[in-house]
Unconditional design. Structure first.
Length: 65
């Protein structure tokens, strides 16, 4: 992984859809490749994935409060 977060195009705007498997095949490949070489986006991915998994623990009643 690279330590330089300034290198190449970053993908934070696609991470939510990536976690939810809502990207096209091309977008998925792009994000996957990028995450292998970018520490900053990989860390952001972990945060988004953790948040998405926590959402699964909420009930409808929790969301209405």
């Amino acid at each position: 992984m690279t330590a330089d977060p300034g290198e190449g195009p970053h993908v934070p705007q696609l991470l939510g859809a990536y976690v939810l498997d809502a990207l096209t095949a091309d977008e998925t490949r792009t994000v996957s490749r990028h995450l292998q070489s970018c520490d900053r986006c990989a860390a952001d991915y972990v945060e988004v994935a953790e948040a998405a998994s926590l959402l699964a623990l909420l009930s409808v009643d929790d969301l209405l409060e």
